[in-house]
Write a protein that binds this ligand. Sequence first.
Ligand code: ARG
Length: 281
Amino acid sequence: MSTTAPGATRRHYLMCEPRFYTVSYEINPWMDKTRYTDVERAVQQWRTLRDTYLDLGHTVETIDPLEGLPDMVYAANGATVVDGVVYSARFRYPERAAEGPAYQKWFADRGYVTHTAAQVNEGEGDMLVVGDMVLAGTGFRTDRAAHAEAQELFGRPVVSLELVDPHYYHLDTALAVLSSDPADPQIAYFPPAFSAGSQAVLRQLFPDAVVATEQDAVALGLNAVSDGQNVVVAPAATDLQGALRERGYTPLPVDTTELLKGGGGAKCCTLEIRAAAPSHP
Ligand code: ARG
């Protein structure tokens, strides 16, 4: 078992302040539109999350929230960016459809090469880069055909994983990338969220993975953001924090409970921009 976190690397994130946050429709089991949502509290928690990244020395850019798109705060769904190439999102539900072009425009305006998706995919919610490969979820949101589309676009192996529990409808609600270092990729995951075949694949690829408990999973503890050393995680995911510490990571509990009402946590609010690989002469 690898007991040493490989160490922090600087990250570049895109986030969206939840100024228009509410739960006005229900597209996952966490959402209850009869429940009160507190915008001020959501904004406060979001700012604490952003400041945590800034304090760690990461770069955070923001996209302006649009009225009528309350889920836009979940920036991870906006696209997947690998080697500076932007694979835009194409949402499953019409309520979120306009977010795909909004995020794509943000990237296009800044000179990124963007690719309009032919297949339904919800960005990094279902595509997680680990080392040289991409783990991709399907079952609730992203179509399996999008995995092939991403593989062609990025030129990296994409491993399809089947999600089976509607509470863990996006891959990033059931699996966290702890280290993306190709020499030592490490993950944490909650096995019951995956089909038997996908659990076997994960065991084979990551025999030393952190296996999260139900308590971690229900707090959306796996919706964590790691820079290779520091792991921003839901405070209630205490088993996970213990397991992380044992392996040399530094858990940083950040409360995102207001955003949990929409079915998301820290990772959902964070889209990682992976720059183009430096070209060698
Ligand atoms: N309400 C949003 C939805 O159901 C939450 C998205 C959470 N984002 C994520 N990356 N898991 O689509």
